[in-house]
Design a protein around this ligand. Structure first.
Ligand SMILES: [Zn+2]
Length: 368
């Protein structure tokens, strides 16, 4: 099992400067590779990330000697990215998906960062040791023990982070007998089929006014001015803070669920489709269903449990969890489910959660 731990770094200004140069090198090399790919393809050649890497390595000493100032992983990573970008493009096109041609990386819109291969660093306590750069302080110790595979150093807002991937032996886990169905919602983050409720702390909503104010202030600043850059960074820090608060809530609630239940049924929500409705988008983005499901699956599976997704067209809200009668329609405003056949009267979301558990168990039994 491979797990990643993302840790905030406290680099010296010299180290931060090195990180920025390494990230810049990766971006430059990626853009060089992409431009060459286009040029060679148009000239009737068959470029590949590997052939381009060889060509780059042959000329870098003469044309781009500054790439030697940072780890050679920055160059390697750029060609790994280029290979991945074209693989994604070709495979997507083959599968009939709408995938754009790989784009040049602009400094502004690009998530800055670079990789370190596992023989190019080591970790001990609160320190990340990078040859030629020295010891970089980490805000926390690495949480996982195992074989270190790679590190990815990235910048978010004004901070640098390292994400370390570790391969861990699969430890046998005690089976958790609990079973639960989860109805994800906007008012509440989740309603459980056993009556439990996870409240949705809406960090975005309470911080939204600040975001709006800062966005307005940013748009009033002169393009390319120092003040604009300051405002942009302030907004980026605020967005990052919102993500932290939100993920913290999601981590805590999904860990609690994974500890307690060995079998969990959830709706396979079509988040992308729902996001197209702008009125719902804010609340949905805030509730972060996608992140919730991702966290939940990885934690439950790490403990040897099962998350069974229920198809998004399964009418979990309209079905009576007692007699199975399906209502023709149910308004969003009806918060209580009342069955016209058997008379069951139940909280709408609780009824849906019970149905999700039943349907998940049915699907799971069928797949075995
Ligand atoms: Zn009924």
């Amino acid at each position: 099992m491979i797990r990643s731990h993302r840790i905030r770094l406290n680099p010296t200004s010299e180290q931060a400067n090195y990180f920025a140069r390494a990230a810049g090198t990766r971006r430059f090399v990626f853009n060089w590779g992409l431009a060459e790919w286009k040029r060679q393809f148009e000239a009737g050649e068959k470029p590949s990330a590997l052939s381009l890497k060889k060509q780059f390595n042959a000329i870098k000493g003469e044309q781009f000697p500054w790439v030697y100032e940072v780890t050679k992983c920055a160059v390697e990573g750029a060609f790994m990215d280029l290979a991945a970008a074209f693989k994604n493009f070709f495979e997507g096109r083959k599968a009939g998906r709408k995938v754009g041609y790989p784009k040049f990386k602009a400094k502004k819109h690009n998530r800055e960062g670079f990789y370190l291969a596992n023989d190019k660093f080591d970790v001990s306590g609160h320190w990340l040791n990078v040859p030629k750069l020295g010891l970089v302080n980490m805000a926390e110790k690495l949480r996982f023990a195992g074989k270190i595979l790679s590190a990815h150093i990235t910048r978010t807002a004004d901070w640098w982070f390292v994400s370390i991937s570790v391969e861990m032996p699969d430890a046998p886990q005690p089976q958790r007998p609990g079973q639960v169905g989860i109805d994800l919602g906007i008012n509440r983050l989740a309603t459980l089929s056993d009556g439990g409720v996870l409240e949705n702390q809406k960090p975005l909503r309470s911080l939204l006014r600040q975001v709006k104010r800062l966005s307005r202030s940013l748009s009033r600043k002169q393009p390319d001015s120092h003040n604009r850059e300051k405002a942009r960074r302030r907004l980026a820090r605020l967005h990052y803070r919102i993500v932290c608060v939100r993920e913290d809530v999601l981590h805590k609630s999904t860990t609690g669920l994974a500890e307690q239940y060995g079998f969990i049924g959830v709706e396979n929500l079509h988040v992308k489709g729902m996001m197209q409705n702008p009125a719902l988008a804010q609340a949905l983005g805030d509730a972060a269903f996608g992140t919730f499901s991702r966290f939940l699956s990885s934690k439950v599976e790490a403990r040897g449990g099962t998350v069974q997704a229920v198809g998004r067209f399964y009418p979990s809200s309209k079905t009576c969890s007692d007699c199975g009668h399906v209502k023709a329609d149910l308004a969003l405003s009806e918060r209580t489910f009342i069955c016209s056949t058997c008379g069951l009267t139940l909280d709408r979301d609780l009824n849906a959660a019970i149905n999700i558990l039943n349907e998940a168990m049915r699907l799971s039994a069928g797949s075995r």
